[in-house]
Design a protein around this ligand. Structure first.
Ligand SMILES: Nc1ncnc2c1ncn2[C@@H]1O[C@H](COP(=O)(O)OP(=O)(O)OP(=O)(O)O)[C@@H](O)[C@H]1O
Ligand SMILES: O=C(O)[C@H](O)CO
Length: 381
């Protein structure tokens, strides 16, 4: 019995690492001799750095940067063993949890700190970047990040603009004369947690600015600003990126990085599965277990579950998914052989998400599943 685990965190409850160790314990109680390979998983947002660095060789670097409201903080990024590839998780410097609820305002928040991380890595010799984007407090199309790297954004009359999503509507000119020279020799691959576009009904502001503290009027302003800014990108750089998949991830960070840094945008889960050599693990696998906090229709359309499912199907390995909860409307789940909720009896979400209870529920569910598998295997042989 070779089980491969590729489970996303249950957001607000348990990390991919914690879940993996609980699942492994549950399996081992039934199948002592089982071999369990835990692949830590994330989608590009929070947790991506840990997911990649725990699966590959490299070092973690801590540096001093600024949070989305420009308060000094420490952030971490990784340098792979080749010494030139940096793994940057934008959420470390631009993440939503860094901003207290009452201060969340994507007109003001900036990705400046993410640029500071890139600058630090460049100073340490890095020239290749894997940047995980998502889980952000920002909607500034990467302008803050670019400002930290020397870009200056000017209004109609040539005045330099400040920080935050509010400047999108005022940018008319881009001054590249102070850009860090080494930036031209850098290669960026962006791991996007979603495939949204920069503006419009599926744009970053309409879909995600609400959770970052924007009210309806702010959302309209950010959306209009983003639209205006993408027009400037077209006129000044000749770059038409606004409708590319992932350009609207992390408040337009994907699109900004594509336009200014020639970044390649990919789905975060695909990048992570490649980095950790997931396909090789599948070759030996009897079964794969994936999952996330809440399994819904979206889970099967471009996030961790669908990424893992595509590869498991290709390798012909059965896949089961474990969720804190499963959305009512989810009846069809093509690509996942069986879905299980860890819940045993009605309880409040708060109770369910208490870590010790979640741990117990996960282990109990896993034991039940593996008891059945063992029984079926024994009766078949
Ligand atoms: N132990 C748990 N029991 C029941 N439900 C849980 C538990 N842990 C998390 N959840 C539910 O899952 C939700 C989080 O969902 P999930 O972990 O799938 O992340 P998400 O916000 O959908 O982001 P993403 O899809 O990018 O991972 C929580 O808000 C909660 O409703
Ligand atoms: O950061 C965000 O805006 C969301 O995670 C989508 O990318």
């Amino acid at each position: 019995m070779n089980v491969v685990l590729a489970i996303d965190s249950f957001k607000g409850c348990a990390s991919s690492q914690e879940l993996s160790s609980w699942i492994e314990e549950g399996i081992k109680e039934v199948y002592q001799e089982a071999s369990v390979t835990a692949c830590y998983i994330a989608d590009g947002g929070e947790g991506m750095l840990a997911a990649i660095m725990q699966n590959v060789r490299g070092e973690i670097v801590t540096c001093k940067v600024h949070d989305p409201l420009m308060n000094p903080i420490s952030a971490q990024y990784g340098i792979l063993e080749d010494g030139i590839t940096a793994v940057i998780e934008m959420a470390q410097a631009g993440g939503l949890p860094l901003v207290p609820k009452e201060k969340r305002n994507p007109l003001l928040t900036t990705t400046f700190g993410v640029g500071e991380m890139v600058k630090d890595a460049i100073a340490k010799g890095c020239r290749k970047f894997i940047v995980g984007i998502g889980g952000s407090a920002t909607n500034d199309a990467a302008l803050g990040m670019l400002q930290a790297l020397g870009y200056r954004f000017l209004d109609e009359t040539g005045n330099e603009l400040g920080l935050g999503g509010a400047i999108l509507e005022d940018v008319h000119h881009v001054d590249e004369s102070h850009v860090l020279p080494a930036l031209k020799t850098c290669e960026f691959t962006v791991a996007c947690d979603v495939d949204n576009v920069m503006y419009g009904p599926r744009g970053s502001a309409h879909i995600y600015a609400g959770q970052k503290g924007a009210d309806a009027a702010m959302i309209e302003r950010l959306d209009a600003g983003m639209q205006q800014f993408t027009q400037v990108l077209k006129n000044t750089l000749g770059k038409d990126v606004a409708m590319n998949a992932g350009s609207g991830a992390a408040g337009g960070m994907g699109g900004g990085m594509q336009a200014f840094l020639d970044a390649t945008l990919r789905s975060g889960i695909e990048i992570i599965l490649d980095q950790i050599g997931f396909d090789a693990h599948l070759k030996e696998a009897t079964l794969v277990i994936t999952g996330e906090g809440r399994i819904d229709q979206q889970s099967l359309m471009g996030k961790v579950l669908s990424g893992v499912s595509k590869r498991a199907q290709k390798a012909g390995v059965p896949l089961i998914a474990l969720g804190g909860g499963i959305a009512d409307e989810l009846e069809e789940h093509k690509g996942v052989d069986a879905l299980f909720s860890i819940m045993r009896y009605p309880m409040s979400l708060e109770e369910a998400m208490e870590k010790p209870r979640a741990e117990k529920l996960v282990k109990q569910s896993v034991k039940e599943i593996f008891r059945l598998i063992k029984l079926a295997k024994n009766s078949a042989s």
